[in-house]
Structures are given as structure tokens and as C-alpha cells.
Ligand binder design. Structure first.
Ligand code: ACO
Length: 335
């Protein structure tokens, strides 16, 4: 049995900054409402013609992660790609990355677990490396939300929250004998599937006539969210799954050097921090700049925290996520 380790991190966000004031020109909202409820000041949106897409951003983030891991695309044995906004409904984004990066005919697996997608993907990678089946797995979270949201007043409770971007991590066999991914913990509760959801193609909601005849008047092809319900469940599940991970490794909250929560909403992160009695130095947030980028939020935040020198060798890093499904999970990592 081997252990696995994150050996390279990278992120990419589109250049186009969209402020809360920019959104208030499209819908009845304002900077004060958005900041007070979510902590978000601005987010990045792909701009038509800038060449970006979910898979293109994934390749940009992955290229950086591979360089930092001192690996070439041909060294990667598997891709695990977490996204809820793939360029094509099928096939998934993993095969696009395989093609764009000129990789061998390695397996490419898409994970469709929304906000907890990256933690699920990391867990999958960890299992393949631990068993010895693969040596280097590329784990990606990438999202293009701006292409699929309702930017009218009707969709304002959802569309102000989300942003575009990508993050990637190389998970490798741990040759150092020290640290690595200690454990991952995953959960789901499908009874709440409708509280944050988007009905998809091949359902009765997506008949072509609806979309072609009246694109602005039919909500079923935009995401729907019961915000307060999501909030209440998120704060409970986040704390539970962090504690579960710590206990599994005989660790305590005090042992955490850096908690990277999925950037759902700054109020959720602050609530967890307060409830778990963590200091400001123990929690990293960047939702203020990027909004909620679902599967990309943890790898973007992890990369930024590492780039800023806030994660050092030997540190205990905890990743935790909660999202649509509901699904949630944590990863306990000794850096
Ligand atoms: N701008 C201005 N007003 C708005 C906006 C907006 N963008 N959106 C909603 N409103 C209005 C509503 O229409 C409502 O008006 P009314 O009182 O006249 O009916 C009022 O603001 C309050 O609406 P609520 O939905 O009750 O607002 P709430 O205080 O619950 O805040 C929010 C909404 C921010 C979504 C909150 O419920 C929340 O943070 N929920 C957590 C969900 C979350 O973070 N989701 C992220 C994705 S899921 C994940 O990543 C885990």
C-alpha cells in the first residue's frame, strides 16, 4: 500500500472582472445586498471571444500544476475532472483535456458532484495512487457558470453568487515517506436533490421547443436554489465532516494549520470558523474576488494559499466541501 501526495498545484481565472455594480446594470440588485449576504465583491466571467471554456481553463490550470510537479503530460496516468458545466453534455471534459494536452490514451473520468466535486475527485485519485495502480493522477475542477445563468432579476438569487475559473492538482505516489493525503471522507443525501439543481437534457423540461421559442421565459434550464435551506444544511455538514476527518486521524481542531472550505458563501465559511473556534490564520477565503466557482473553488483557493506561503511543509491542511445533491466531503492532508 502506497500513500499519495499533492506534488503540483495551478489555477486560472478569466481576465474579465465583473463587479457587483456591473451586475446591478443587468438586474435589480446592488453591491450592499450581495456583499452583506455572500461577501462577494467581484467574480470573473468568460468573455465571448476570449477563447476560454471549461476545458480550456482546465488545461491552463493543469499546465501550471504539471510544471510545478516537474512532470510532462505524458507522465500523467489518469485524469479526474470535476465539473457541473462541461463544454459538451457528453462526452465529459476529461477527454478534452486528454486531447488538448496531447496525453497518452490514459483513462479520463468526469465527476459530477458540483461543489464537492473536487474533494470527490481527489478521493478517487488518492485511491488509485494508494493501490499502486497509477503513479500520477491529474485532478481538475473547472467551471464556466457565466454561460448558463439567468442574469435577469428573476435569477438574481443564484446568478450573483457564481463565477468562472479552474484549479488543478497533481496527485502522485508519495516517494518522500512523509505526510501526504491522510484520508478522505465522502457523503450524500439525495432526498434534498431538488433544493439546488438544474434539470437536464433528456428530461421533459428540456424539449427543444421551450429553448428555441422563448429562451428568457423558461426557468427549467437555469439552476434553482433554496438558499436558506442550503445554508442551514451546509453549516451542519461542513463541521461534521471536518470533525469526522480529524477524528479518523486522532487529530483535533487545534491541529489544523489551514482549512480551505469550498467557497460557497463567505457567511458559511465565517459561521464554520466561529462554530469550530478557528482563528483567521487557520482559514483561507477568496470568494470575495472570485465568487463561488463550485468544483474549482477549492483548488483555486488551495493554489492561492500555497502561492502566498500560507501552506508549508508539515502543515495540516483540511479541505471541506458541501453542495448540490446534497453531497459533502473532506480531505485531511499533511503537506
Ligand atoms: N439582490 C437583491 N435582492 C435579492 C437578490 C439579489 N441578488 N436575491 C434575492 N433577493 C431578494 C429576494 O427576492 C427577497 O426579496 P423579498 O423579501 O422582497 O421576497 C430578499 O432578497 C431575501 O431573499 P432570500 O432568498 O430570503 O435571501 P437570503 O437572506 O436567504 O439570502 C442567499 C440569499 C445569499 C442565497 C442565502 O440564502 C444564502 O447564502 N444561502 C446559502 C446558499 C449558498 O451559499 N449557495 C451557494 C451555492 S451552494 C454551495 O456552494 C454549497
Amino acid at each position: 500500500m502506497y500513500t499519495s501526495k499533492i506534488t503540483g498545484l495551478g489555477h486560472y481565472v478569466p481576465e474579465n472582472v465583473v463587479t457587483n455594480d456591473d451586475l446591478s446594470k443587468l438586474m435589480d440588485t446592488n453591491d450592499a445586498w450581495i456583499q452583506e449576504r455572500t461577501g462577494i465583491k467581484e467574480r470573473r466571467h468568460i468573455k465571448k471571444g476570449d477563447g476560454n471554456s471549461t476545458s480550456v481553463m482546465a488545461v491552463k490550470a493543469s499546465t501550471i500544476a504539471l510544471e510545478r510537479a516537474n512532470l510532462k503530460p505524458n507522465d500523467i496516468d489518469m485524469i479526474v475532472f470535476a465539473t457541473l458545466s462541461p463544454d459538451m453534455y457528453f462526452p465529459g471534459g476529461g477527454v478534452e483535456v486528454q486531447e488538448m494536452m496531447g496525453m497518452r490514451t490514459i483513462p479520463a473520468l468526469d465527476v459530477r458532484n458540483q461543489c464537492s466535486g473536487f474533494v470527490y475527485a481527489l478521493s478517487v485519485a488518492d485511491q488509485f495512487v494508494k493501490t499502486g495502480m497509477y503513479k500520477n493522477v491529474l485532478v481538475i475542477g473547472s467551471e464556466n457558470h457565466s454561460g448558463g445563468l439567468d442574469f435577469t432579476t428573476r435569477g438574481r438569487n443564484v446568478s450573483v453568487i457564481f463565477g468562472d475559473g479552474a484549479g488543478a492538482a497533481v496527485v502522485s505516489r508519495n516517494e518522500t515517506g512523509k505526510g501526504g493525503i491522510l484520508s478522505t471522507h465522502l457523503h450524500s443525501e439525495g432526498q434534498h436533490k431538488n433544493e439546488l439543481s438544474l434539470r437536464g437534457p433528456s428530461t421533459e423540461y428540456w424539449v427543444p421547443e421551450i429553448i428555441e421559442d422563448n429562451p428568457q421565459e423558461n426557468i427549467p434550464y437555469y439552476p434553482v436554489m433554496n438558499g436558506q435551506f442550503v445554508f442551514k444544511h451546509a453549516i451542519v455538514r461542513f463541521s461534521e465532516v471536518i470533525k469526522e476527518g480529524l477524528e479518523a486521524n486522532s487529530l483535533a481542531v487545534n491541529d489544523i494549520d489551514m482549512l480551505i472550505p469550498h467557497q460557497a458563501n463567505l457567511r458559511i465559511s465565517q459561521f464554520i470558523q466561529h462554530k469550530m473556534k478557528l482563528t483567521d490564520d487557520q482559514v483561507f477565503n477568496n470568494i470575495q474576488k472570485y465568487g463561488n466557482t463550485t468544483a474549482a473553488s477549492i483548488p483555486i483557493a488551495l493554489t492561492e494559499a500555497w502561492e502566498e506561503g500560507k501552506i508549508k511543509e508539515g502543515n495540516l491542511v483540511v479541505l471541506a466541501a458541501f453542495g448540490s445533491g446534497f453531497t459533502w466531503g473532506s480531505a485531511i492532508i499533511r503537506w
